[in-house]
Design a protein around this ligand. Structure first.
Ligand code: MN
Length: 278
């Protein structure tokens, strides 16, 4: 059984009107290799006639962004010509690779009518050999993502195999991600082989793991000392769950660029300024 290493409460850092919590990185944790960053926007209710989200056109290079739309809608447009509006329960998986410029905004309908909004965005690193890969994008609606019931938990696999069900995204790297809903009182066991980093974030509710309580907005860091763990739900709970092999490479990050060296960061900035990111 994997034991608990540390609980990390997300740090609140709103962006204008957008409620934002950041469980990763945080004061006690730099990265969970290869998981670099997790932002939790909302939950909140936007009024009719709102100004929407603050994520107009901006670049990325060297990693992937995986965005889970829990409530509301998110419109994605990028320099590769991809455009989609994804609703609640859907996922956007973007490989920035050698470079992309994109916007992540509320669609017009949401600006006019308002509504609930809750979004998770995860940054997943790419290894040196794939940082300059061709950009790609997949937008999945809720209906594209299967659901498997397991010990009182509903697991929705996005990538990788979960309980015999394969998620619809076939990622470049072996990154396995799912959302999990546990009903109050449920106890669910998950297997993750040793050597892989576990990403476990309590989006809502409250869990018990390895005799510790993890309330909502907590990143649970586990030791690599077993090949399974058990989650018990004290309340109806929602969890972002993932695992991947660590890259064990140097990380040099500057804003929206994540590379291996400072020189590669300088090159990314020059390429962006010269319009070579899209
Ligand atoms: Mn972005």
């Amino acid at each position: 059984m994997r034991t608990l290493k540390r609980l990390h409460a997300a740090v609140r850092e709103d962006i204008g009107e957008l409620i934002t919590r950041r469980p990763l990185p945080g004061p006690g944790i730099g990265q969970l290799d290869p998981f670099l960053l997790l932002n939790h926007h909302g939950p909140q209710v936007y009024p009719p006639g709102n100004a929407g989200l603050p994520f107009g056109p901006h670049p990325h290079r060297g990693f992937e962004t995986v965005t889970f739309i829990l409530h509301g809608q998110l419109e994605h447009r990028d320099s590769g010509g991809h455009e989609s509006v994804i609703g609640a329960g859907g996922v956007q998986w973007m490989t920035a690779g050698r470079g992309v410029v994109h916007s992540e905004l509320a669609p017009r309908e949401f600006l006019e009518r308002g509504g609930e909004l809750e979004i998770l965005q995860l940054w997943v690193n790419l290894p040196a050999r794939m940082k300059m890969t061709e950009p790609r994008y997949s937008g999945l609606q809720a209906a594209d993502i299967p659901a498997v019931t397991h010990d009182g938990a509903i697991v929705r696999p996005v990538s990788g195999e979960w309980l015999g069900q394969v998620g619809p995204i076939r990622p470049l790297m072996d990154v396995q991600l799912a959302t999990v809903h546990l009903a109050r009182g449920a106890t669910a066991r998950f297997a993750v082989p040793r050597g892989r980093t576990v990403l476990l974030y309590v989006v809502g509710g409250e869990l018990r793991i390895d005799a510790h309580h993890a309330p909502r907005f907590t990143l649970v860091e586990l030791n690599d000392d077993g090949d399974e763990f058990v989650l018990q739900a004290h309340e109806d709970s929602t969890v972002l769950l993932g695992h991947a092999a660590p890259l064990d490479e140097p990380v040099v990050a500057y804003g929206p660029f994540v590379m291996n060296t400072r020189e590669e960061i300088h090159q990314a900035i020059r390429d962006y300024q010269a319009g070579r990111l899209g």
